[in-house]
Design a protein around this ligand. Structure first.
Ligand code: NAD
Length: 376
């Protein structure tokens, strides 16, 4: 019988859990044994009793054998080194492992012969949608970014007609119209703001307009930005410089900028530099969701609010964790959806030829399959 461990997340600030009681129930139905570390779901609204009722076995962190004994470890972020080294040879680690340039993770995977599935690498194909944690979590980040901006802004979002006069709607510029960006657009529109969006993928124009926002036309240059597998490629310095000129015009009238632009596996592009910030209005708010990838706005720092020339710069790379109940529920559904087809009669047998598995399989029993991600 396959034994699955749901540990308490140890990354500072992480409030999500990798499996909810509902997910545990599903795994039990498949015939697996599920260990849940005591209080693993406490910060996301799921208590030990709920896990027990779902069929989970509550274990404490001092029971070292649990890590040695488990066949699969579900996690949100990579467990601590201290716990990873306890894993037995051939154990499967499944989660957002942040593999890019992560040599410590690489070493442990090799030495303990771990099979690691890194969900950042899941291919963007239709069949992968129900397992796509990047999308489920980015959706939450886009929503929460707008709520954060609205609560930090010194103005209303909607237009208001009052006896004392009319309040004009806030203007929001969203940089990057992917999953997080489109959810930010939808949320800002619901709150009544006027929304503008910049993205380098031409398909985004129609999506943005269908949500009632305005697309900022792309700079005219010969070499157009490219994309592959749903992801944008890096743009040339010439394009970026022209894009920033155009953005300066929009940002100088904006109350809020929501930054979500990313290029997979690369540093995020700087789309707002210090010169551009000087042109923004005193009191404007910039929420940078790309801060953990270097940021779209110069000067943002993770989990910090910095006032620069009267503008609030908020580094918000961990917003999904601030909506932990729903973030965990969706995350857990993503994980169980990925793994379920490979569990028969309580025993897991990963098909390494399957496109979803081969796409995100970093290592097969310690043999590194995707050297590229460790080279950054
Ligand atoms: P992402 O997080 O990698 O990037 C966010 C956005 O930033 C992208 O839209 C990208 O084009 C944009 N960007 C990059 N450089 C920029 C620049 N210089 N200026 C402005 N914007 C820039 O992307 P994402 O949100 O994860 O998804 C991107 C696309 O992939 C979406 O269309 C999404 O619907 C699609 N997708 C498909 C699947 C699937 O089919 N399984 C799964 C997830 C996402």
């Amino acid at each position: 019988m396959t034994k699955i461990l749901i540990p308490t997340e140890t990354t500072p600030g992480e409030r999500r859990v990798s499996a909810t009681p509902d997910a545990v129930k599903k795994l039990k139905k498949l015939g697996c044994k599920v260990y849940v570390e005591s209080s693993a779901g406490k910060l996301s609204g799921f208590n030990d009793l709920a896990y027990e009722e779902a069929g989970g076995e509550i274990v404490t962190s001092t029971e070292l054998d649990i890590w040695r004994d488990s066949d699969i470890i579900f996690c949100v972020q990579a467990p601590s080194q201290e716990n990873l080294i306890k894993l037995k040879n051939g154990a499967i680690l499944l989660g957002l492992l942040n593999p890019y340039g992560n040599s410590d993770l690489l070493q442990i995977i090799k030495s303990n012969k771990i099979s690691a599935l890194s969900l950042e690498l899941l291919p963007r194909i239709s069949r992968a949608q129900s397992s796509d944690v990047l999308s489920s979590q980015a959706n939450i980040a886009g929503y929460k970014a707008v709520l954060l901006a609205a609560s930090e802004l010194d103005r209303y979002f909607p237009m208001l007609m009052t006896a004392a006069g009319t309040v004009q709607p806030a203007k929001v510029v969203v940089l990057g119209g992917g999953v997080a960006g489109l959810q930010a657009v939808a949320t800002a529109k619901r709150l009544g703001a006027i929304v503008f969006v910049s993205d380098i993928r031409t398909a985004v124009k129609e999506q943005v307009e269908s949500l009632g926002a305005r697309f900022i036309e792309l700079p005219e240059i010969d070499e157009k930005p490219r994309e592959s597998g749903g992801y944008a490629k890096s743009v040339t310095a010439e394009f970026l410089s022209k894009q920033k000129d155009i953005l300066t015009r929009y940002l100088s009238e904006a109350d809020v900028a929501i930054c979500t632009a990313q290029v997979l596996g690369k540093k995020a592009p700087i789309l707002i530099d210090f010169q551009m910030l000087k042109k923004m209005r005193f009191g404007a708010v910039v929420i940078d969701l790309a801060v953990l990838q270097g940021g779209n706005c110069e000067g943002t720092k993770s989990n910090q609010t910095i006032i620069k020339d009267g503008i609030k710069l908020i580094g918000a790379g961990e917003l999904p964790s601030s909506v932990p109940y729903d973030a965990s529920s969706l995350y857990a559904k993503n994980l169980t959806s990925l793994i379920t087809p490979f569990i028969k009669d309580g025993v897991i047998n990963l098909d390494k030829e399957d496109e979803l598995i081969s796409g995100c399989l970093l290592s097969d029993e310690g043999i590194i399959l995707q050297n590229k991600v460790f080279e950054n």
